[in-house]
Design a protein around this ligand. Structure first.
Ligand SMILES: Nc1ncnc2c1ncn2[C@@H]1O[C@H](COP(=O)(O)OP(=O)(O)OP(=O)(O)O)[C@@H](O)[C@H]1O
Length: 255
């Protein structure tokens, strides 16, 4: 059975269907990319999976949990984390503080629980620090751990954004254009990190990316959206040869 199943999801904004009957299945450990022209519905799909939007029709299931109407916090609790296109970090905090805060928000105990189970809360804080330090090491951010995020170059901030999502120890990682605006060298680094996250941590990955060269190189399977509908799905080779995909991309040059 698929780890994530999006079944026939429709998302409407007034009269506009951002998604119309979209179905998608992702298996544990897969790296699946979602591509499509601007406005095709890619971010809307991630918004539905991560609980920011709730579909007007259809169902979303992750490891047997119904995510269709779940809150972002609940979705995170089930093991789905997202790195945002527009970087959701606190610029006045350091890299370490951002990751600790993300991790703490996810594992926090209420005030009363903290008072009554002081020992347990302390144990969790130590464990959180261990996880975050390991993520900093994994994403090669040691040199920046005490730097304010607002002082970092854009490419490093994008990497910290991925690290923030990773610090939640997700089983499924949603990456919304993690390479947008990066230099070639930064892109190559990010590709290496994405492949390592999958290989070394076994994390399932859904990637939205406009750089088709990267998508074709690293994806197990590719879903193509156009006007809110899935117009093709398959291996990178299958999708690249699909006439509907070629048609959707005519005049749309992102790569
Ligand atoms: N909050 C919103 N309110 C109204 N319309 C929205 C909203 N979010 C998305 N849309 C519309 O839904 C459609 C799909 O948008 P979406 O951002 O999901 O596309 P996308 O494929 O991610 O595009 P891009 O590649 O430009 O990021 C677009 O027509 C967009 O204008």
């Amino acid at each position: 059975m698929a780890q994530l199943a999006v079944e026939n999801v429709t998302l409407s904004f007034g009269g506009l269907n951002a998604l119309s009957g979209v179905s998608l299945e992702v298996n544990s450990g897969e790296l699946v990319s979602v591509i499509g022209p601007n406005g095709a519905g890619k971010t809307s799909l991630l918004n539905c999976i991560s609980g920011f939007y709730h579909p007007s029709r259809g169902r979303i299931e992750f490891e047997g949990h119904d995510l269709t109407h779940a809150s972002p916090h609940t979705v995170t609790h089930y093991g789905v984390a997202r790195a945002f296109q527009n970087i959701e970090l606190f610029t006045g905090l350091t890299v370490l503080e951002n990751l600790m805060l993300a991790r703490h928000t996810y594992t926090h105990y209420g005030l009363l629980a903290n008072l009554w189970f002081y020992g347990k809360a302390l144990k969790i804080a130590v464990e959180n620090r261990k996880v975050v330090e390991e993520v900093i090491d994994f994403m090669e951010l040691e040199a920046y751990r005490k730097a304010l995020v607002g002082d970092l170059p854009y490419g490093v901030r994008k990497r910290v954004e991925v690290a923030r999502a990773l610090s939640l120890s997700p089983k499924l990682l949603l990456l919304d254009e993690p390479m947008a605006g990066m230099t070639l060298e930064e892109k190559e680094d990010m590709v290496r990190f994405i492949l390592d996250i999958r290989a070394e941590r076994g994390t399932t990955i859904i990637l939205i990316e406009h750089d088709l060269g990267v998508v074709m190189d690293i994806s197990d399977r590719v879903y193509v959206l156009d006007f809110g509908q899935v117009i093709a799905v398959g291996t990178p080779e299958e999708v690249a040869q699909n006439p509907r995909v070629q048609e959707a991309y005519v005049g749309v040059e992102h790569a």
